[in-house]
Design a protein around this ligand. Structure first.
Ligand SMILES: [Mn+2]
Length: 345
């Protein structure tokens, strides 16, 4: 029996022992995989008539609110005391699609102090082993892993069409519509099962990809037409976006989702960097194709890190200074790409 199976077995025993309240938490700035997994797991407990709550440190983006049970999610920004009480009363806290409480924003201290059993279900590297951990970095998404967890604990019969839709949302969005991180046959076996269990694929595609506001398309169109810069010497594309532009195009959470990937579709570009001015700070998103570790760049100069092909960072300086810093460090990055990145940097 592997480690995940052992934890799943222990969890199954614990779930059968007593009545308790369940709290389910996605990561900060929740995406399709985090919200999809929260929706599906909540639906298990709804069916079992176990009291459950989805708590977020910030807000669920509008484009994901169609998923079952998500309208009931409570934000710490709106009801801090209620969130603290629920966390204190919880018997089990599920941490979905993140590997550490540090990714829970303002909820972190309360979750850390809770007496509840904490269970991580996730696919990011290096999960915090102080919790019960069900983790697999090979899967496409937490939703793919959660499908197997739910099947092992409660049986496939519990998966209804709403859960199939939620799980597919996570698999689809975490792989960029099955374009990356989705080369294992297992992923497609899960999708095939979900189709048999009532997944409405056309409906999910419509909800995720065909519900844009015109203002979002105009925002993206403006960035691609007027803001995208391609370096003259290196295969790097940079897109700076000002706060004024976000306001001009009526920016809402999730509106810039996926934009940073678009410049990678240019044949010779292997790094794309989106630099977004926000109220308190400037945020950077790095994407790359192939063996180009943009997490090293984010870590070395921009207070960030992440995965080989997808990383983030942030700065407390002006947008102009961040753009300057990015341009200045391009040669550093490509020199090190040849010679290797040592740990000291
Ligand atoms: Mn994920």
């Amino acid at each position: 029996m592997n480690k995940n199976e052992e934890v799943i077995k222990k969890l199954k025993l614990r779930l059968n022992q007593t009545k308790f309240k369940v709290v389910i938490i996605p990561h900060i700035s929740p995406d399709g995989d985090a919200v999809g997994s929260c929706s599906a797991l909540a639906e298990v407990f709804r069916q079992l008539e176990v009291e459950w709550h989805i708590l977020t440190c910030d807000y669920i983006p509008e484009y994901l609110r169609f998923l079952k049970n998500i309208s009931r999610a409570v934000s710490y920004q709106d009801k801090p005391e209620w969130c603290r009480q629920l966390i204190a009363e919880a018997g089990i806290i599920f941490m979905l699609d993140h590997n550490t409480m540090k990714r829970e924003g303002d909820l972190e201290p309360w979750v850390a102090a809770a007496g509840a059993l904490r269970v991580i279900i996730d696919h990011h590297p290096d999960p915090d082993e102080r919790q019960w951990v069900i983790s697999d970095t090979r899967v496409s998404s937490t939703c793919e892993l959660l499908y197997s967890v739910i099947s092992q604990i409660w049986g496939k019969e519990i998966i209804n069409p709403d859960m199939a839709n939620a799980l597919y949302t996570g698999i689809n969005t975490d792989t960029g519509g099955l374009s990356h991180n989705s080369s294992r046959p297992e992923t497609y076996r899960v999708i095939a099962d979900l189709l048999e269990l009532g997944l409405n694929k056309a409906y999910i595609h419509e909800q995720i990809y065909q519900m844009n506001h015109l203002s979002r398309l105009r925002l993206i169109g403006n960035v691609l037409l007027n803001k995208l810069q391609v370096d003259a010497h290196y295969p790097v594309a940079i897109m700076p976006i000002t706060l004024e532009e976000l306001n001009r195009y009526d920016y809402k959470d999730g509106d810039l989702e996926g934009l940073v990937n678009i410049p990678l579709s240019i044949h010779h570009i292997c790094v794309s960097i989106q630099i977004t001015e926000r109220k308190e700070r400037v945020k950077l998103s790095f994407r790359s194709k192939g063996e180009v570790p943009v997490n090293q760049w984010a870590k070395a100069f921009f207070n960030g890190g992440g995965h080989l092909n997808a990383a983030g960072g942030q700065m407390n300086t002006s947008l102009e200074e961040v753009i300057k810093k990015v341009n200045e460090t391009i040669p550093w990055f490509f020199d090190h790409l040849k010679t290797g990145f040592s740990e000291e940097e």
